[in-house]
Design a protein around this ligand. Structure first.
Ligand code: UTP
Length: 231
């Protein structure tokens, strides 16, 4: 008898720092996140790329007032993403504890769940997630942010902003471009990430990372409340 072993599907999730350290994040949210990710890790190899959120932006804004150069501001942002990644890694128990510095390092790790933060200046952790998804030939890239997907305008600023259910990668590139603008720029998906999603044709979903039921649905191929980026 021959036994065939199929490699597990890899899924990359970019989790905004705003999801991990949101105003309303509490112990029960972290426990639910841990339970969900542990359950899903039986069927999927999960890679989590954690953002810097408010803390990163606070440091970056302060450094900018002090006239720090852009790449120093990015480097400060990267360090904060790694602190957030370390927090999540310790919550998850079954993940790596040492945070990798590159996507290549992350690719070599064997834990059921891999957690990392930023890597090099000039982009956000969304681009790190897209780069990792390309290297792993991941089946999906999920951007778990603090709003319910991509909107026609910033939903945190405009009450009448409308959620977009489907958008093509071309439309996003035409709207936002593929350049990196500045450290701490809080946009839905950064330009360098869009470029990789387009090049590598990675199926990409944007959803609210605080809504764990929607995250689970997106991972398990069910209909979810969020945005599908058509490639
Ligand atoms: P984030 O990925 O957190 O950016 O990185 P963000 O858009 O503020 O995302 P949210 O709010 O967490 O969803 C924070 C900053 O760190 C630098 C950039 O300056 C970025 O704006 N950074 C991060 C890098 O330069 N390279 C990286 O790989 C990651």
């Amino acid at each position: 008898m021959f036994a065939y072993y199929f490699p597990m599907e890899s899924i990359v999730i970019s989790i905004g720092g705003s999801v991990i350290l949101s105003e309303d994040a509490n112990i029960s949210f972290f426990n639910e996140l841990k339970t969900l990710l542990k359950k899903l890790s039986k069927d999927f190899k999960l890679y989590l790329v954690v953002g810097g959120g408010k803390t990163a932006r606070a440091y970056i804004n302060f450094g900018r007032k002090l006239d720090f150069e852009e790449n120093i501001l990015d480097a400060i942002g990267i360090d904060v993403t790694k602190v957030n990644a370390k927090l999540l890694a310790n919550i998850l128990e079954i993940s790596n504890k040492k945070i990798p510095n590159t996507t290549d390092e992350a690719k070599e790790l064997k834990n059921p769940i891999i957690v990392m933060g930023g890597t090099t200046p000039g982009h956000s952790t969304d681009m790190v997630g897209a780069e990792l998804a390309e290297k792993l030939d991941a089946s999906k890239f999920i951007i778990a942010t603090n709003v319910d997907g991509v909107y026609d305008k910033d939903p945190n600023k405009f009450k009448d902003a409308k959620q977009i259910k489907e958008v093509t990668i071309r439309q996003l590139i035409d709207e936002y471009g593929i350049e990196w603008s500045a450290a701490g720029k809080n946009i839905v998906i950064d330009g360098p990430a869009l470029e990789i999603i387009n090049r590598a044709k990675i199926p990409t979903f944007v959803l609210n990372g605080k809504r764990l039921d929607q995250l689970e649905k997106a991972i398990t191929n069910q209909q979810f409340d969020g945005t599908i980026i058509k490639i």
